[in-house]
Design a protein around this ligand. Structure first.
Ligand SMILES: [Zn+2]
Length: 146
């Protein structure tokens, strides 16, 4: 177990807010793929960022015309990061690391803040398992589970 420098919560905030250089961002992203601890911190930060300090009323959002394209809507970045997190989660599942994360399922539920996360995860697990079965039919020996 190599203890690399873990990123702090505020560093992940910077990552999410896109305040890092390209090089740093790559390094952070790379670290996410290999460190489930930081992935949890990162997911927690995402959760916090979903709730903006000043709530955006739909009316207001619609009344903002497209004449200010320079200011990136914050939630779009958040969506991007959720996509990234989902990709990493899938990656971890296929590499077996996800089974370690499952032991922290309580924390995961807290992070996701919703029970549906679990059922989605279950579905993903089933799909991934079925997919892996196709890839490695030999390891299963043809025995079908319940
Ligand atoms: Zn780390």
């Amino acid at each position: 177990m190599t203890q690399t420098n873990h990123m702090t919560q505020s560093q992940w905030q910077q990552f999410i807010l896109n305040q890092l250089s390209d090089h740093e961002r790559e390094r952070y992203e790379d670290h996410l793929y290999s460190c489930d601890e930081c992935l949890e911190v990162y997911m927690a930060c995402l959760d916090e960022n979903v709730q903006p300090a000043a709530p955006i009323v739909p009316e207001v959002a619609e009344s903002i015309p497209a004449h200010k394209p320079a200011a990136k809507p914050f939630y779009r970045q958040t969506l991007f990061h959720y996509g990234l997190a989902a990709c990493i989660t899938l990656l971890l599942m296929t590499t077996g690391l996800f089974s370690q994360l499952l032991t922290h399922s309580n924390q995961w539920n807290n992070i996701a803040g919703a029970k549906q996360h679990r059922s989605v995860t279950d579905q993903l697990m089933q799909k991934t398992t079925a997919f892996l079965d196709q890839l490695h039919p030999i390891t299963k020996g043809g025995k079908t589970g319940e």
